[in-house]
Design a protein around this ligand. Structure first.
Ligand code: TMP
Length: 236
């Protein structure tokens, strides 16, 4: 499948048209941003890792009944995916307190929840992706009631599958962000990436951070963390 016009460039990926109007090519960059793009940098090799890891996890999720955009890995950085229109909600599932949850509610990081939590942010850079509830999302026509129900169901299933999988490779899945999209016929499927950019991963033994928080928080060892996650998923 040949790359045609570039349709979109985001902070971490580019999207290209193909000769098939229902398919696009996603190209993963090494660029990293945080704090709404205020903090910029590169994480060498990140694009390859995020591409391969996302594709591996999409295949795993498909096996467990979660439809995804994944079609075919084309090369280290590029993947053929189904074209969707993105539902403008960031869907965040948490198993352990961290990040904005800990900050917002004034609790420490590392509290293991009895049940996973779910929250939505309105995907809107100018407004800094504000937290939003389902009724507000409905009021703003960001999604229908049926879509929101489906998205919640899929998000919790993704958590069940990924939590167990990551534990099997010695990693606690602390929290993660998903995005969903609509196919031309309106079907909602999982889109975007699942990677150390969009998940918090802590080593199961030491709680060492193995994700983008090392970049967000200027902790150093960013590339090492991404490489370690790659090694855990794919072996050496
Ligand atoms: P938060 O604790 O900062 O709200 O982040 C929750 C999860 O969402 C965490 O795994 C990182 C991920 N995330 C993104 O993928 N993109 C973002 O823009 C933000 C703020 C968080």
């Amino acid at each position: 499948m040949e790359k045609k016009a570039q349709l979109y460039e985001g902070k971490a990926k580019k999207v290209f048209a193909t000769e098939d109007p229902s398919l696009v090519i996603v190209s993963y960059k090494d660029d990293a941003t945080a704090l709404d793009g205020l903090k910029k940098g590169t994480i060498a090799g990140k694009g390859v890792i995020n591409n391969k890891m996302s594709n591996y996890l999409c295949r795993l999720l498909e096996k467990h009944g979660v439809p995804t955009h994944f079609v075919k890995e084309l090369n280290d950085r590029e993947t053929l995916v189904k074209k969707v229109s993105i539902v403008p909600l960031e869907v965040i599932v948490r198993n352990i307190s961290a990040g904005s949850f800990a900050k917002r509610y004034g609790v420490s990081e590392g509290i293991v929840f009895e049940e996973p939590t779910i929250e939505f942010s309105y995907k809107n850079d100018e407004l800094h992706d504000p937290l939003i509830n389902s009724s507000h999302a409905l009021a703003l026509s960001l999604a229908t009631k049926a879509e929101i129900e489906k998205i919640k169901e899929y998000a919790f299933r993704v958590n069940d599958v990924l939590k167990e999988y990551f534990l099997s490779i010695g990693v606690k899945l602390v929290d993660f962000k998903l995005e969903f999209g609509r196919l031309a016929d309106g079907t909602v499927i999982l889109a975007d990436e699942i990677s150390p950019d969009t998940c918090r991963f802590w080593d199961a033994e030491t709680n060492e951070k193995l994700d983008k928080d090392r970049f967000r928080r200027d902790m150093g060892g960013v590339e090492d963390a991404y490489n370690e996650m790659m090694k855990r998923v794919f072996g050496n």
